[in-house]
Write a new protein. Structure first.
Length: 155
């Protein structure tokens, strides 16, 4: 009888214990973000402060523009971006991703399926935070906020 009770308790507890186990892809996703240096552009001041920015603020985008012949781009708030996509939508988007500079979209395309999933799950697990980054500006528009100027190439 006692044995049966122990067994019953175990059977009830096991699924709960399994559900509590963190997704192993989350740890990998954090690693992908760190190795991909995504925070350098997608987290304000990250590069300047040598990465001393709390994880809660990671990937919330930046209002410093990148201006060159392509116009002015702003690193997207990925915390909001990922919330709007399902995992499958992200996987499809990532495989054909091509953006304006200086986003290294080719680094995303070089990732394995598992790394892409891990990245998505990790960013989603951080939750929505921050405001959307400013919108893209065409080449002849001077940004009102701060920006980094790339040299105009003699084409
Ligand atoms: C050198 C700066 C820089 C780095 C490093 C960088 N990004 Fe970006 N990212 C940008 C900019 C700028 C944009 C906006 C591009 C545009 O407007 O066309 C962007 C846009 C994006 C977008 C939105 C694409 C879309 O659908 O419009 C995603 C997703 C993204 N980055 C993911 C990442 C990830 C993941 C990493 C790390 C592996 C990363 N970025 C590293 C600058 C950067």
């Amino acid at each position: 009888m006692k044995r049966l009770l122990v067994l019953t308790v175990l059977c009830l507890a096991l699924p709960v214990m399994a559900a509590d186990k963190p997704d192993p892809l989350l740890k990998r996703g954090r690693y992908v973000v760190e190795m991909g240096a995504c925070n350098t552009c997608h987290t304000a001041l990250y590069g300047m402060l040598g990465g001393k920015i709390p994880e809660a603020d990671w990937l919330t985008g930046d209002k410093v523009g990148w201006r060159g012949i392509w116009g002015t781009t702003y690193a997207t708030n990925l915390r909001l971006y990922m919330q709007e996509l399902t995992e499958e939508q992200w996987m499809q988007k990532a495989r054909t991703l091509s953006t304006r500079p200086p986003m290294p979209w080719f680094a995303i395309q070089a990732m394995s399926d598992e790394d892409l999933r891990a990245l998505y799950r990790y960013v989603r697990s951080l939750g929505a935070a921050g405001k959307p980054a400013p919108s893209y500006l065409p080449p002849l528009v001077t940004p009102r906020g701060p920006y980094v100027q790339f040299p105009f190439l003699p084409l």
